[in-house]
Design a binder for this molecule. Sequence first.
Ligand code: BDR
Ligand code: CA
Length: 320
Amino acid sequence: MEQQKPLNLIIDCDPGVDDAVALALAAAFRDRLRLLAITTVAGNQTLERVTANALNLSALLGLDVPVASGCAEPLVREKAPAADIHGPTGLGDCRLPESGRRPASDNAVLFLQNTILSLPPEEGVTLVPIGPLTNIALLLKAFPEVKPRISHICLMGGGINGGNRTAAAEFNIWADPEAAHMVFTAGIPLTMCGLDATMQGGLTRPQVEGLRTGGGKVSAYFGEMLDFYFRSLNYRNRDVVAIHDATTLLYLLYPDLFATAQLPVTVDCGEGLTRGMTLADRRSFLEDGGPRVTVLTDVKDPQRYQEILLDAMARLDQGA
Ligand code: BDR
Ligand code: CA
């Protein structure tokens, strides 16, 4: 069988416990994913904090890629970090070794433009935004010439059956709805890995405990981070902790693991109860409800989802 070329990938993130797991997957699957850069955006924590986390994580995971820091606040809204879920450092109680790595001198928006345009035009790149969409919206607005080079935006955000930040809205979309609207309407093929699927995947308490205490050089840090997640308001009464952001990479690597639907999705940029809601129009009689996005609706095999995550952690421990 012909070996597939690795996928050119850029991860735009706000680490964040589950962002950290997504970066770990990128490291564990480096034979299939060619990570070109990590960019950061304020979201779960301040820009300074999430950038420091991305730098330390890249060193821990042996990811030799540039990290560029982007927007410190949403386009229009006040910033509202999620310290209740991700802790004061953004990585729960976990203290990663200080890497001494420094971010790129260019702002992430400029850095993304340069990186994307410097690729051979026939190659294309997949963007994986797993935080608020501020950097990506500005990139597409300021440098529309990048659009034809972006083959796919595979993002974590939204949900078509309710939210987590509010009853209606998921955190990443709620945090910067105007940016999300700009990205959803940019005309680039888009996959929404939202709560409908991400809440069906995840790890159990014994699995997280196994990571924390299993003696793995890398996985112990992730066990510690996820243990904090389990103690947060969202998960303290649950048996499975969702690892939202990792779902994007799992979808790119194992699309058959998920059920999907093609739906027109609109972001609510209003001020009221439904701010940041991703409203899917499911009226089947509509012939043209607007541009459609691929919505992940289900994880078909949650056990397999767990096995892939745990296997990736084990390989990272072995230095793979
Ligand atoms: C999303 O919000 C953040 O808190 C997580 O990192 C994830 O990107 C889940 O709603
Ligand atoms: Ca995130």
